[in-house]
Design a protein around this ligand. Structure first.
Ligand code: FMN
Length: 328
């Protein structure tokens, strides 16, 4: 069984990948948050994207860069730069549901016009120096759209299809329609991966029991909320409070080294998911939400860690957090 980390803009960049792998063991694969905009043909990646892609920042990890694009020439050019850097595969984002992205006919916006998507995808699959995998939603508004999309994926020569079985209009609400993944697994001439709402060992086991041919599961928010999730899926120990605290401290340090004061904002994004490891996520949210400066943040995070050890009641009795994790 292959376990990979989902691309997550603002969350799962190279610092997260490195620190997570150090503490919890490397996953089989990591997908970068979407790279955009792509460089014009003949020019290099932007400074920011170059840092994300720099092999030195991804040492020892199997990383697949994900591109958000609808221009075939730029895609092929970017794939060439990635091949020169040593990457072995490139992933196309057909899932991003954000209004601004969809309006530009990128991400899941490309699903609106299957003819245009097919022309683009067939073109890049033919010309890209790297195999092209695709991460997709199942439509814009309606599950019925997926039949036509699946048929075109079958014609384009893609390397793998990662299915997040929601439509664009769902954003993250409602349950993923796993049966559409199951059908894909049954019928596809290419390898298939599942993605969506695997938050616990129970969720994982239910998926695999329903679809025993599953060979690749991509984990996103579940791993951010419980960084030991993949280890648990592989039969290892659950998350401990001490581990979470050490992981937090190292992640914060890595972001501080990388971006100085902006580390606080990056960490607040992380807490948006990590709070779910606590018995009372809304208290954690309230505490973290107000922090701006590094010293305020560090005090709040210490409170979070202290509260997790059950010793914060005296200091902040009304907001004490019980040291309980939502783990199987
Ligand atoms: C904060 C955030 C950022 C995301 N960024 C990306 C991205 O850059 N590319 C992408 O394909 N999907 C992105 N996604 C979607 C995830 O990769 C994944 O498909 C989605 O969260 C469902 O999987 P999960 O339930 O395991 O989290 C993002 C999701 C979140 C919550």
């Amino acid at each position: 069984m292959q376990l990979s980390l989902a691309p997550m803009e603002g969350i799962a960049g190279y610092a997260f990948r490195r620190v997570h792998a150090e503490f919890f063991g490397a996953l089989d694969r990591y997908y970068t948050p979407f790279i955009s905009p792509l460089p014009k043909v003949g020019t290099p990646f932007s400074k920011r994207n170059s840092r994300e892609l720099d092999p030195a920042n991804n040492q020892g990890l199997d990383v697949v860069p994900q591109l958000l694009a609808n221009d075939a020439d730029r895609f092929v050019w970017a794939a060439g730069l990635l091949a020169d850097m040593g990457y072995k595969e490139v992933n196309l984002n057909l899932g991003c549901p954000s209004g601004t992205v969809v309006a530009k006919e990128k991400g899941s916006g490309l699903l609106r016009n299957p003819d245009r998507l097919e022309a683009f995808l067939a073109n890049v699959c033919e010309r890209s120096p790297l195999p092209v995998s695709v991460k997709t939603r199942v439509g814009i508004a309606n599950d019925d759209e997926y039949g036509e999309l699946f048929a075109l994926f079958c014609r384009c020569g893609i390397a793998e299809l990662i299915v997040h079985p929601r439509v664009q209009k769902d954003f993250y609400s409602g349950a993923p329609r796993q049966e559409l993944y199951g059908k894909t697994l049954e019928l596809a001439p290419f390898p298939v991966a599942y993605n969506g709402d695997i938050f616990s060992l129970g969720d994982f086991n239910t998926l695999v029991a329903a679809y025993p041919q599953t060979r690749h599961v991509m984990l996103g928010r579940g791993i951010v909320a419980n960084p030991a999730l993949a280890r648990m899926i592989r039969g290892g120990e659950g998350l401990t409070r001490e581990e979470l605290e050490r992981f937090h401290n190292e992640l914060y340090q890595a972001y501080t080294d990388d971006m100085g004061g902006n580390a606080v904002f990056r960490m607040k994004e992380w807490w948006g998911y990590a709070k779910c490891a606590f018995a009372d996520p809304s208290s954690v949210h309230r505490i973290m939400r107000k922090t701006r400066q590094a010293d305020e943040y560090e005090a709040a995070a210490r409170f979070g860690a202290a509260a997790a050890r059950g010793v914060a009641r005296a200091a902040l009795a009304d907001r004490a957090i019980r040291p309980v994790f939502h783990i199987d």
